[in-house]
Design a protein around this ligand. Structure first.
Ligand code: PHE
Length: 319
């Protein structure tokens, strides 16, 4: 009896199986131990004593086996948090890169294929890199304190990534073919297409014989690569102190009913070459600066720039 009971309790793997074994061996009404106890009552006093001792030993062993089996199956359930481990699991939620980071990585990839290396520069800049070397004189309205975040001692949060054009040309001779991207800061009123902080991708190519046709080709190729073959872009004459001639580049917005500015561009002004010690007679170059948020919005059909900064996972999950 003891060996059979031990075997039954040991092989029980669920609470139900343990209960079945308990009823069979330890059950108060029909249990096999109970039956042995009934038999004990009918024995002669001479054998009763020895049988009784044996009975008590078996009873104890069965109770121990039962307790062990019960705590074994209980531990199994609580280890799984009291949950039925045979149910399908809940998949963990995976994070991913922010849509702006994805856009930046794609821009690096596309311009990389055009032969552009990546350059970097600081977000806290001096006015020389943000203005002076870019042919923006001290009296220019673009330097207005109401249009910039000035810090102290001639430093500011950069208002454009064109600062990096200067840093690159100061640190290497021509030819140059780089892009640079990062945050820029302007005290603009926030609306669906403006923010006080946004990201730009700057491009600069300097070599012998670089022309406006090269600029337009690179921007068109880029727009098609990132926004699709059917995207429409247009160039409008414009003005920037650091390029001459200058253009603004628009893209036909998703929906097709309006043009939205993608950025500015132009041929590097000779005064900029002079400021960095390049020979304006020897080289020409083009530069452009595009808004990364707007590119990302046009690509994914996003209508409000603020969605890109709120970090609502219901929005971010879609990219
Ligand atoms: N820096 C300009 C801006 O922020 C864009 C630009 C870049 C224009 C390079 C011409 C050349 O609007």
């Amino acid at each position: 009896l003891q060996a059979q009971a031990a075997q039954a309790f040991e092989s029980a793997t669920t609470a139900d199986a343990v209960e079945v074994a308990r009823i069979e061996y330890l059950g108060q009404k029909q249990g096999r131990l109970k039956a042995a106890q009934e038999r004990l009552k009918t024995l002669e006093p001479a054998v009763k004593r020895a049988y009784g001792q044996r009975f008590n030993g078996v009873k104890q062993a069965l109770e121990i086996a039962f307790d062990a089996a019960r705590s074994r199956v209980e531990r199994r359930t609580t280890a799984a948090g009291g949950i039925d481990v045979t149910l399908p699991g809940v998949a963990p939620r995976l994070g991913h890169r922010h849509p702006l980071t994805q856009t930046a990585d794609e821009l690096i990839d596309i311009f990389g294929r055009f032969g552009f290396a990546v350059a970097r520069g600081p977000e806290v800049e001096d006015v020389r890199h943000n203005f002076d070397a870019l042919n923006i004189p001290p009296v220019h309205p673009a330097r207005d304190p109401l249009d910039n975040f000035y810090l102290s001692e001639g430093t500011m949060l950069r208002s454009q990534t064109s600062t990096i054009q200067i840093r690159v040309m100061e640190s290497q001779p021509p030819p140059v073919r780089v892009i640079a991207m990062g945050r820029v800061y302007r005290p603009d009123t926030v609306d669906a297409t403006h923010s006080f902080m946004f990201h730009q991708v700057e491009g600069l190519m300097v070599d012998k014989g670089v022309t406006m046709a090269d600029l337009k080709t690179v921007l068109r190729l880029f727009a098609r690569s990132y926004l699709g073959e059917d995207v429409q872009i247009r160039f409008r004459p414009s003005f920037f102190p650091f390029t001459e001639p200058s253009v603004e580049v628009d893209m036909l917005w998703h929906g097709g009913d309006r043009w939205v500015e993608m950025g500015g561009a132009g041929m590097v002004d000779p005064n900029v070459f002079k400021a960095v010690g390049y020979e304006p007679e020897q080289v020409t170059g083009f530069a452009f600066g595009l808004g990364i948020e707007r590119l990302c919005m046009r690509r994914h059909g996003i209508d409000d720039i603020r969605l890109l900064y709120q970090n609502d996972v219901r929005f971010l999950d879609q990219f």
